[in-house]
Design a protein around this ligand. Structure first.
Ligand SMILES: CC(C)(COP(=O)(O)OP(=O)(O)OC[C@H]1O[C@@H](n2cnc3c(N)ncnc32)[C@H](O)[C@@H]1OP(=O)(O)O)[C@@H](O)C(=O)NCCC(=O)NCCS
Length: 143
């Protein structure tokens, strides 16, 4: 990792094939570059981490601007994990979201990372998902 790390909130210069590689390698699963691009374009806040002009991390959020927001898809390349980039991206997004409540789904095992920002486990969160069996096997829901 160089000392030329930066965080941006604009989509300018984002290569969505590279973003999809980051998503897959993180690993968060697989998403087609065009699907990833459209989900980011349709979101209220985008966040990107760069090493020079190389994209190394991505995240997005939906927000009503006042009361509720939801953070999705925070991930970075494995070789950039554990170096404080996720913290910088979270801090930048939380400042900009500025809503009373923020919700997210932590990847199982990553809850501790979000607890550092004050996130607490939700006791009544429920989700309607495309593939309940798969989502249950990934540790996100109970059937
Ligand atoms: C989860 C992720 C976004 C965190 O970003 P990161 O840049 O690796 O995290 P940071 O380096 O900013 O970590 C900050 C602190 O959180 C701690 N931390 C990281 N993961 C943690 C975990 N699972 N539990 C507890 N603490 C954790 C780190 O030890 C670090 O502590 P320190 O400052 O005392 O050294 C990143 O590792 C990642 O992309 N992981 C793979 C994809 C993923 O799981 N994304 C989350 C989607 S919900």
């Amino acid at each position: 990792m160089s000392d030329n790390i930066s965080i941006s909130f604009e989509r300018d210069g984002v290569d969505w094939t590279r973003a999809a590689e980051i998503f897959e390698k993180a690993p968060l699963g697989t998403r087609e570059p065009d699907t990833l691009r459209r989900t980011f374009e349709n979101s209220d806040l985008n966040c990107f981490a760069w090493d020079g002009d190389a994209l190394v991390g991505i995240a997005r959020a939906l927000s009503d601007g006042l009361v509720q927001s939801v953070i999705y898809d925070l991930c970075m390349l494995p070789e950039y994990q554990g170096k404080g980039l996720g913290t910088r991206m979270m801090q930048g997004m939380m400042e900009r979201l500025n809503t009373a409540n923020v919700v997210l789904w932590a990847v199982p095992g990553k809850e501790g990372f979000y607890a550092r920002f004050g996130f607490r486990p939700m006791l009544t969160a429920m989700a309607l998902v495309e593939d309940p069996a798969r989502t249950a096997s990934q540790g996100y829901i109970r059937l």
